[in-house]
Ligand binder design. Sequence first.
Ligand code: GLN
Length: 477
Amino acid sequence: MKVDFLDELTINTASEMLLGGKITSIELTEAYLDFIESKDKEINAFVTVDRDGAIKQACEADKRIASGKRLGKLDGVPIAIKDNMSQEGVRTTASSKILENYIAPYDATVVSKLKVAGAVILGKTNMDEFAMGSSTETSYFGVTKNPWDLERVPGGSSGGSAAAVAADMCVASLGSDTGGSIRQPAAFCGVVGFKPTYGAVSRYGLLAMASSLDQIGPFAKNVEDAEILFEAIVGHDKMDSTSCDFKYEKLEAKKDLKGIKIGIPKEFFESGLEDNVRKSVENAIGEMKKAGAVISEVSLPHTPYALATYYVIMPAEVSSNLGRFDGIRYGLSVQGKDLLDGYLKTRAEGFGSEVKRRIMLGTYVLSAGYYDAYYKKAQKVRTLVKKDYDEVFKKVDVLVTPVTPTLPFKIGEKASDPLAMYLSDVMTVPINIAGVPALVMPCGIVDKLPVGLQIIGKPFEENKIFQIAGVCEKLIS
Ligand code: GLN
């Protein structure tokens, strides 16, 4: 069967076709695998394509569907996952040389949940090394190209997951977000991306970057698909002590935004925001107002300190989390003349320069003489940032902001300037610092490039975000 409609498929349409017998999961999976084989030469969204594993899972899905035992909407639907999520028997590299040949011995909780839902996992997507970056340029496996313009970055660190959805190489995908790594690439690639409340989704089996900030979430072609994927992975897990006992309840779709209180935090619209991005976001806010939303300007006064806070807390956790890559337990192992020399050689050879920079920075801010001045201070400021959100959510239902100050930038443009790269996270990082959920969706096209909109909600009120985003999608796309 010739499948020439991959660009039209969503989780909903694919699952209806599978259920109605119009296509089998094997046919669909093979169509995706063949398309990846040709298209990914240009995009480089995948580090590993698991052809055999995907076909096996598709075959099982077909048997279930044929015998009336379909597991749900994801059964037989091909998706992709970021290469920092462990999948049993499959290479899991975090796009680092140090894990180039590492085969995960167990499934991350999100992966087992996807398997329980019947999803077909096509492969592992490219990312910045250990999720450190905003452009996917720090990957050991080469940069991923933005499908909208091959000279531009897809964003990062989950650039492969975003580009794979945007280029129709999978129906949907999973990414991880520590400081914006789902939301910024979603904006740059013109897809929907969602970062759940910290604790909503288990981190067990996710290769840790900064454990107090990391969350896994979906990329999809529309809001409804993102919610379906989120529902499949949400929930308490005894293997992750920070995961919460939270039962997700989907809300009914709304026709308009009557009575919804939307706050516009003024700090997100100050200097540094490109005019064309501002215009698209303001236009979207105008549409929300016409649909009945009550719009008001609000203030999150500690926003200007969030980025600096993040770039102290995150490296501190990175330096501790990445201590386990010592050449003995995982991955690359370079022999030295003694134990210490072996550690040094393995880490010198195995890690890229951005990872080394953050390990050094993190070790520094945690060291005895500087702990109080940097790490402890950053933790105090973190509380202030969080309190801003607690306060503002007493007055409004959601906040609406831009996602990034600029349009997708050119490959190489910021690669040698870490500070410029870090500044592209200025509108996503505060949300991780506060631990609240946020969804990103397309809100316009400027110079043939997509612009994203960020909807931020109260902790564990992801259902309200999806409900509001569902209305916005009809208004602005
Ligand atoms: N771009 C941010 C950073 O470099 C965020 C990364 C992430 O969310 N994993 O740290």
